[in-house]
Design a protein around this ligand. Structure first.
Ligand SMILES: [Zn+2]
Length: 307
């Protein structure tokens, strides 16, 4: 495969940040896609997805160019944390960044410039809980950009789709989509995607099909197509105390109002607090697995719209 690897170095005074980038195909070919991973430094499942995708892309079917920015937030990734501990700024809220600003803002601007040379953009993230495969687009005044983004997302075939308002314009994807008219979408992976071959394969094949839609590749992968569910508002349930969480539902289950979702076992390891879905009937789109939880931890998210 025509594959290149390089680091882009960003001088930060007494240290240097390094951005690893893989490029496949030929740059001078018209169709180009940028993919970013690890804008949040601890969301590293995307790297395994990319590795799998690169192993499965057939070189002779490739007739475009893909630039993959593997570690978009190297300082945060070095600390295995969402944001850089240096300035605690969320890179996905400070776009377009600033060459003379904080460390996160400087790196952000560099990443933005790397993406700007491409025609399309996909940003891969990851939830901290088990979740449905989610695709996200933002509102865009250009009907054409919105149409291409939606079509890309339909080809990707996630379980659920959310359309964010233009207040997300300071996310990397929001800025590029709304201000720079670069079509694309955001992927939110489930935290268990890369521990489950079927889930991982589905994401990889769906990404290859997006390359086909964009005419970057002629390769087509067979997937079980099903219609995604559009998610509007959600209800989030946050733990009120410490204890052991025992889920009794699965991600993707519909849960009725008043139905049991699991329980929290007190640290006396005897007293149970049953958790009921207090709000409306909806789809469980995120759910914690068995683990020790603390007050303030997110346990589950249920869609507000009935399905
Ligand atoms: Zn993220």
């Amino acid at each position: 495969m025509n594959k290149k690897f390089k680091y882009i170095n960003i001088d930060l005074g007494i240290i240097e940040a390094k951005i690893p980038i893989i490029e496949i195909g030929k740059k001078n070919l018209k169709k180009s896609l940028a993919i970013t991973c690890c804008i949040h430094g601890n969301e590293t499942s995307s790297l395994y997805i990319i590795r799998n995708m690169l192993q499965n892309i057939k070189d002779n079917k490739l007739n475009g160019y893909v630039k993959i920015i593997l570690i978009s937030n190297p300082i945060a990734a070095f600390f295995n944390s969402r944001c850089s501990p240096k300035d605690i700024q969320d890179m996905n809220r400070v776009v377009p960044g600033n060459n003379n600003g904080t460390i996160t803002e400087r790196i952000c601007r560099c990443i933005l410039n790397e993406i700007l040379s491409c025609d399309y953009y996909i940003d891969i993230h990851e939830w901290s809980l088990h979740s449905l495969l989610q695709g996200i687009i933002v509102e865009n005044n250009s009907e054409n950009i919105k149409k291409i983004s939606s079509e890309m997302l339909t080809v990707f075939n996630p379980d659920i789709v959310t359309t964010l308002s233009s207040k997300y314009v300071h996310s990397m994807y929001g800025f590029l989509n709304e201000r720079k008219n670069i079509p694309g979408f955001v992927i939110e992976l489930s935290s268990d995607t890369i521990y489950d071959n079927i889930k991982e394969e589905r994401v990889v094949k769906s990404l290859i099909n997006v390359l086909r839609y964009l005419k970057i590749s002629n390769q087509e992968e067979k997937i079980d197509k099903k219609n995604y569910v559009v998610i509007g508002d959600v209800n989030r349930y946050v733990a009120q105390k410490s204890g052991l969480f025992f889920p009794e539902k699965k991600v993707g289950d519909e849960i009725k109002k008043g139905e049991k979702i699991g329980f929290i076992l007190d640290l006396d390891l005897e007293t149970k607090e049953i958790l009921y879905n207090e709000e409306n009937t909806g789809l469980i789109i995120q759910l914690a697995m068995k683990k020790m939880i603390n007050a303030g931890d997110l346990i589950y998210i249920v869609s507000k719209n009935e399905i």
